[in-house]
Design a protein around this ligand. Sequence first.
Ligand SMILES: *[C@@H]1O[C@H](CO)[C@@H](O)[C@H](O)[C@H]1NC(C)=O
Length: 297
Amino acid sequence: MMDLKKLYLIGTILLNLSILAVGAQPRKPVDVPFQRNYVPSWSADHIKYIKGGSSVDLVLDKISGTGFQSKNSYLFGHFSMRMKLVGGDSAGVVTAFYLSSQTNEHDEIDFEFLGNRTGQPYILQTNVFTGGKGDREQRIYLWFDPTKGFHDYGIIWNMDMLTFFVDNSPIRVFKNSKDLGVKYPFNQPMKLYSSLWEADDWATRGGLEKTNWANAPFIASYTSFHIDGCVASTPQEVQVCSTRGLKWWDQPAFKDLDGEQYRRLRWVRGKFTIYNYCSDKARYPTPPIECSRDRDV
Ligand SMILES: *[C@@H]1O[C@H](CO)[C@@H](O)[C@H](O)[C@H]1NC(C)=O
């Protein structure tokens, strides 16, 4: 059993030390009501609106989970959500926030939060699908308790790279390695999705810990609903969104992380990473080609 309090304390101290020197940070998210950018996608009666939709609660009970999606499709941009995950005994409960194209060989960028028994740490699993192919899981513990307060989970997606952020700290990059023969999401618009459901066949300790329905309903809370993306619903819009240099996220500063951001990423990888497909020798005797460019090996 890990000493969670110690982990969170060390995490907070180290993060605060590094907060002074920052480079190309994403723009500050603009909080808007749920209805501005999102609609329910299933079991709408399991979404509770608070203060006119400035925040929402997703409810999972024995009958159903629920989910929502963005109204628009986007090609590149900055997307973030402030979330407070299911507290207490959340074993087997999964909360996801992701972008996905609605195509056959789909692109997808995932945050998946895997619940746990009371006092045991959540796992944040990330994955990237390009042209229908995923199998790029990374798993980390967080440096705070994600059930105690709202934290920001965001993506910057441009032609050069995907960056996953947790509270302004990069936790993962996936660079455009098209020149190395790796598909990159560059021409399929994506929508944002979020859902809360039960997956106790795999989520917690590989499926050993089952959901305890005596604790239902399980509730995950959302706020902020920030989207600053390039709307791409028509071929003309796709064309515009693909034109280089028009948007802030496509400026030179966002072509790569700066030194300070790489330092934070190394900190996450060194202290909090529990699985990285790039170093899974059983699965990939030689690391996938993007791994060295992403500095994962
Ligand atoms: C749950 O807690 C156990 C024990 O600390 C840990 O091994 C596991 O990684 C945690 N997270 C999940 C989602 O299984």
